[in-house]
Design a protein around this ligand. Structure first.
Ligand code: CP3
Length: 381
């Protein structure tokens, strides 16, 4: 089958009407099943495209997960990576937060290490710890195992994403993947790390091996994102969570070419691309250069300042400190209104937390927060 795809520039941002049946096309073509009709005009996608919105759209990183008792009940007795390869569980857990909160998007329930495990890397997600790798990558000899991801490697992702887009109707589904640096940090350090000693040693000492590693990870990430788009995801987020541990110059040299490659490969996909990392205040400008349509901001930089740091033509996403949700509502409300006010200075704003929902967060607080965001005018009257 031909992979040719031509989009009119004017309509490239909103490719419509292929519908779930079209999801049968091969996902590795780098094309575009794109935004299904009902979701295309949703406030979330409009804000990503920097168009006027009826209200500020909102969703939460880690909106599904341990803060929800129904998630804990469903997950009891099932290992994380087993849950993430079971379509019915993926579908149900993705939908759980939407039954509680009137959020403007669902995020696909998966993990950044799913594609790595799918190509045969020995990796586990240890409760309370995070991803742990059996044999960390330390040299060029360890790289061949990082082969490109094929659709057959993750049939459960395709199945769950198709079911979800059918179920969600006008609510967009966000697909996601880990950024190359963040994936490399788990593979090289072998697990969660504070200082990324092994990862940074490889990066500084063996640039050729490093770039080969990053290129392979970028290809895996591209494959994972394209599959989710082909199955109906109407936006994608690249979580390069730990790039904030690099200096601007090291980021430019060691990471940017690979993140650019990911965003370029998704450019024809017809869906907004979001780029997020933690502690990236110094990197916001260059992360914008990597090519996403939306730049995610953690809580450290106010959104009006972030809007100055990111080049024009980008929407922003963020950025309430997730820990604020553990304080009384009297603290949460004014902080939220401040985020919204500063967000109005950006060309487009999607409200979110500055990082994931903390497990001890009260779901009723998130429900109230969602209502507050929606009730606050999106543009100054
Ligand atoms: O946002 C969502 O609701 C979608 C689900 C999601 C998960 N992981 C599920 C998960 C997303 C977007 C991720 C991405 C992810 N995974 C990132 C990037 C985002 C970020 O937080 O910066 C990273 C770095 C990982 C790696 C990872 N997986 C970590 C650090 C952990 C937490 C370890 C722990 O137990 O504290 C995981 C496990 C994980 N992934 C959980 C969830 C809900 C918790 C495990 C569980 O519920 O048993």
């Amino acid at each position: 089958m031909s992979c040719a795809f031509a989009a009119e520039p004017a309509t490239a941002a909103v490719l419509v009407a292929l519908g779930p049946a079209a999801g049968a096309a091969p996902s590795h073509c780098g094309i575009i099943m794109a935004v299904t009709q009902p979701a295309a005009e949703s406030p979330f996608l409009r804000a990503c495209r920097r168009q006027p919105v009826p209200h500020t759209p909102v969703w939460y990183m880690r909106q599904a997960g341990r803060s929800l008792p129904e998630y804990r009940a469903l997950r009891a007795g099932t290992a994380m990576l087993d849950a993430l390869s079971t379509p019915d569980l993926i579908t149900e857990i993705t939908l759980q937060p939407l039954r509680r909160y009137h959020v403007d998007a669902a995020i696909f329930f998966s993990d950044i290490v799913v594609p790595l495990r799918a190509i045969g890397v020995g990796i586990e997600i240890k409760p309370g710890v995070g991803p742990v790798v059996d044999n960390p990558i330390r040299s060029a000899h360890d790289l061949p195992q990082l082969r490109p991801l094929e659709p057959d490697d993750v049939p459960y992702v395709t199945e769950a994403a198709r079911n979800l887009t059918a179920e969600l109707g006008a609510t967009p589904l966000i697909g996601f993947a880990g950024g190359p640096y963040t994936l490399a940090s788990y593979l090289v350090d072998g697990g969660p790390s504070k200082n990324f000693e092994a990862t940074k040693s490889l990066m500084y000492a063996e640039p050729a091996v490093w770039h080969e590693l990053m290129s392979r990870l970028a290809e895996i990430t591209i494959g994972f994102l394209q599959m989710q788009v082909a199955a109906g995801a109407s936006a994608v987020q690249l979580f390069d969570s730990w790039v904030g541990t690099l200096s601007l110059e090291d980021y430019r040299r060691a990471v940017l070419p690979h993140s650019k490659r990911v965003f370029e490969a998704l450019a024809g996909a017809g869906v907004p691309r979001i780029h997020f990392g933690v502690g990236t205040g110094e990197l916001l400008g260059v992360m914008g250069e990597a090519g996403a349509d939306v730049v995610g901001v953690d809580w450290r930089v106010p959104l009006d300042e972030a809007a100055r740091r990111v080049e024009p033509g980008k929407a922003l996403q963020g950025n309430l400190d997730p820990a604020i949700l553990l304080a009384p509502w009297e603290v949460i409300e004014p902080r939220t209104l401040e985020v919204l006010a500063r967000g109005r200075t950006a060309e487009g704003h999607i409200f979110n937390l500055g990082h994931g929902v903390l497990p001890q967060t009260d779901p009723d607080v998130l429900a109230r927060l969602t209502e507050l965001v929606h009730a606050t005018p999106a543009s100054p009257s």
